[in-house]
Design a protein around this ligand. Structure first.
Ligand code: ADP
Ligand code: MG
Length: 232
């Protein structure tokens, strides 16, 4: 479904992404991206979603070359991302925000998203007044609206406790499986990534060290040296 070939992004003399290759099948899988700070994880998400301009390489979805397509075009063609920004329009309730985006993108099962993400209790509250953990789930709800085929989440659990992180990934894996939407998730909590992601890519210095199952990645000598260290 997604095919990334030889993707490069440079910021001045910094090669933030260096010949990245990645393939991902359709069908509700979670694909985790791990790596130390500065590895290029956010740049990869930006380049896939059109927020960063590659100097070389291609991003294809279902065979269609998206590399030069604008963000909004990708959103309408099945690729969405979270922005870690719960309040699109200040003063709106969670319901008003979600309904607004749902009407724009022709979502017919907003109720299903709201129930699956346990947002019922905060539905009528002003979006910027709810607890941080609830805001993170609203972010995911916004990304899921409009039946995307692929969602990209950059550290959706940032700032959450370990228990909240597990709960968020639990919700995410249930929802993606139910709706058949695949997700690429950058996450610092490697325990959560190893537990919930079917495939994992480890990045370091803008390069892919390895892509594989949790067991393959955990056992990879380069990943242990660059990132996991004795924690593995
Ligand atoms: P990660 O998300 O894995 O921590 P990033 O993708 O944010 O890593 O950054 C990768 C590299 O690119 C780092 O060296 C970072 O300093 C650099 N970088 C990222 N964004 C920019 C930018 N907008 N301008 C200049 N350098 C950047
Ligand atoms: Mg980052």
């Amino acid at each position: 479904m997604l095919e990334i070939k030889n993707l490069c992004v440079s910021y001045g003399s910094v090669r933030a992404l260096d010949e990245v290759n990645l393939r991902m099948a359709a069908g509700g899988l979670l694909h985790g991206i791990i790596g130390p700070n500065g590895a290029g994880k956010s740049t990869l998400m930006d380049a896939i979603t059109g927020c960063a301009r590659p100097t070389r390489g291609t991003v294809r979805m279902n065979g269609v070359d998206l590399t030069r397509r604008p963000v909004a075009w990708r959103r309408r063609h099945g690729m969405s991302r979270s922005f870690q920004r719960t309040s699109i329009f200040p003063g709106l309730t969670v319901r008003e925000q979600l309904e607004l985006v749902a009407s724009q993108l022709g979502e017919r099962d907003l109720r299903g998203i709201v129930l699956a993400l346990d947002l019922g209790a905060v539905y009528e509250r002003q979006a910027d007044s709810i607890a941080y953990g609830d805001q993170r789930r609203v972010d995911i709800a916004l990304a899921l609206i409009g039946h995307p085929q692929l969602i990209l989440l950059d550290e959706p659990a940032a700032g959450l406790s370990t228990a909240e992180t597990v709960s968020l990934f639990d919700h995410l894996s249930t929802l993606t499986a139910q709706r058949g939407v695949s997700a690429i998730v950058v996450e610092h909590d490697v325990d959560a990534v190893f537990r919930f992601c079917a495939q994992i890519t480890a990045l370091d210095l803008g390069r892919v060290l390895v892509t594989g199952t949790p067991a393959e990645v955990r056992a990879d000598a380069r990943v242990i040296a660059a990132y996991l260290g004795s924690a593995a």
